[in-house]
Ligand binder design. Structure first.
Ligand SMILES: NC(=O)C1=CN([C@@H]2O[C@H](COP(=O)(O)OP(=O)(O)OC[C@H]3O[C@@H](n4cnc5c(N)ncnc54)[C@H](O)[C@@H]3O)[C@@H](O)[C@H]2O)[C@H](O)CC1
Ligand SMILES: [K+]
Length: 510
């Protein structure tokens, strides 16, 4: 699904209005009517009738007047409150404000502190609040009486429907600009915005519905866009042909594990098999081999040179030989982190030009010497902590600037990045940003990342590009976690639960 920033939104709106000739007031009419229909559904479902619309001075407010007019026509008890003076309203918004004034709909200004008590009373008596204060036109932070209004709405514990964007939310980053409406539902116009898809924006938007308001979708491709929300439509799986054999589904080599972390290697290799990889070879320290082989019937395991249960640099030649026999490689889960491992990983990456997934300790091994990945067919899968070590940025800085951090990284290194978090972001070497739509907090459990690495590796082995392997892996990993949640909930979920639900998740893609 296409995701547009506020700037791109304005571009497509401008083309639609000025080049194609769609009257802007028609867009506003459609925006307001679509929102009114959502509110009407809520009123009918919950047998409610009283709605207050709070409008700002821009076109978001204009949408709000259209909402008011429609709901009034449908018999709802409607009151409109302006966060500005009536005289400050202009353009399409004024046309719609005049219409509701001419219809005798209640309109009041809330521009002085003494007005707040009228609003407080109206909120108390209302069933649903429509937030039409700010949309994509918000600039900077919200202060003053509008901040008081937003806080009053949030404390009222009412059903709140936001027009386009919860007021106070930055449409592009999802950051809260001083304060923001906590909506039960957001009806966003024509294209979803990035700020509605990442935290904290996700928490403020509630259920997001994209309203088609008449802007031709092809305009997004014409202006070019960078963001995509990965939905099931984007990750259909090809049906498998009859006359195939395991070689057609790729050979993956996974270099993982250590004496205290055999589980990471197991989870990664098992997930790769479960995700349809034809043949999985697992290279582990010699002393870990028997433990893992006993639990992994479908995987060929190799015990390599080690030092105290950790792969040693002497394993390099054995690894390179195994790499020659493989299509794709994954390195990292449970390797642990010491000088030998760092040099081993560095030299493997330096010498290999096949697709490689780097995870966990393989990422730590490259801190301070990332130049070795430049332009290679590599997928890195850091969580915020690993990304912090790779980039030197703080985890909060990463978490609050996901898109910029991801974009800067791939622009510099021209690789594929899977930045794992509550909302995982995938950045491709072509510069596109994908936001995943599946997954849940239950997946924040030890080994979940090892399962993801195995899934991405399996898609790579089956011939998916780095971009698609990352997108499919992240989507179906989250899907498996969502299915697991139906059985075990979020508290009880383990990485094994995710792994065991990979087949059901993949079946959804057929
Ligand atoms: N996207 C579409 O195709 C359509 C969008 N519509 C709606 O229009 C708004 C965008 O309208 P705009 O007038 O550009 O901006 P806003 O209404 O969001 O508000 C801006 C308004 O508020 C003032 N303002 C901005 N920031 C602050 C601040 N921090 N403090 C105080 N005041 C602030 C600013 O001066 C403006 O006057 C979009 O979201 C949709 O809801 C169209 O109606 C339909 C097509
Ligand atoms: K709004």
């Amino acid at each position: 699904m296409i995701v547009l920033t506020s700037k791109q939104m304005r571009e497509v709106e401008k083309i639609a209005i000025e080049k194609i000739g769609i009257p802007s007031i028609c867009l506003m009419e459609n925006a307001g009517r679509e929102t009114a229909l959502e509110v009407k559904k809520i009123l009918e479902e919950k047998n409610l009738n009283s709605v207050i619309i709070i409008s700002g001075k821009g076109n978001n407010g204009g949408d709000g007047y259209v909402v008011a007019r429609n709901l009034y026509n449908w018999g709802a008890d409607v009151k409109v409150f302006l966060t500005t003076s009536i005289g400050a309203i202009s353009g399409d918004a004024k046309v719609n404000l005049d219409a509701i004034l001419n219809m005798g709909i209640y309109v009041a200004e809330i521009t002085q502190r003494e007005h707040l008590k009228f609003l407080e009373k109206a909120i108390k008596e209302s069933d649903v609040i429509v937030d039409a204060i700010y949309g994509i036109g918000l600039k900077g932070r919200i202060t003053g009486i509008v901040k008081d209004i937003i806080e009053m709405i949030n404390q009222a514990n009412k059903i709140v429907v936001s027009v386009d964007i919860p007021s106070g939310l930055n449409a592009d980053t999802g950051k809260i600009e001083g304060c923001a409406i906590k909506a039960s539902k957001t009806v966003t116009m024509q294209f979803v915005k990035p700020g509605l898809l990442v935290y904290p924006g996700v928490d403020y938007a509630g259920e997001v519905r994209v309203a088609e308001i008449g802007i031709p979708c092809r305009l997004a491709a014409e202006i070019g866009y960078d963001y995509n929300l990965v939905t099931s439509e984007d990750v259909k799986l090809p049906k498998r042909l009859g006359d195939t054999h395991k070689g057609d589904y790729g050979k993956a080599l996974i270099i993982a594990g250590s004496k205290n972390m055999t589980g990471a290697a197991y989870l990664c290799a098992k997930s790769a098999i479960k995700t349809g990889c034809g043949l999985v070879k697992l290279a582990v320290p010699q002393s870990a081999q028997s433990v893992i082989q006993g639990a992994l019937y479908e995987v060929i395991t190799y015990g390599l040179e080690e030092k105290n249960g950790i792969l040693s640099y002497n394993a390099l030649s054995s690894v390179l030989k195994l790499i020659d026999e493989s299509d794709v490689i994954a390195i990292g889960p449970g390797l642990t982190h010491d000088k030998d491992i760092s040099q081993l990983v560095y030299d493997i990456v330096k010498n290999v030009d096949k697709p490689v997934v780097l995870d966990a300790d393989a990422l730590n091994a490259l801190v301070g010497r990332l130049e070795v990945i430049q332009g290679k067919r590599i997928i890195l899968t850091p969580h915020y902590g690993e990304m912090s070590r790779l980039t030197g940025l703080g985890t909060d800085e990463i978490k609050n600037n996901l898109f910029e951090v991801a974009k800067t990284f791939i622009d510099r290194y021209k690789v594929t990045l899977v930045l794992k978090g509550a909302k995982t972001v995938i950045a491709t070497k072509e510069g596109s940003i994908y936001i995943n739509s599946t997954g849940n907090p239950g997946m924040a459990t030890a080994g979940s990342g090892d399962v993801l690495t195995g899934m991405i590796t399996a898609f790579l082995a089956q011939g998916f590009s780095e971009e698609k392997a990352a997108i499919y892996g992240v989507f179906y990993h989250g899907k498996a976690g969502d299915i697991a949640r139906e059985y075990v909930g979020e508290y009880g979920m383990t990485a094994m639960d995710i792994l065991e639900n990979i087949p059901d998740a993949l079946k959804c893609g057929l």
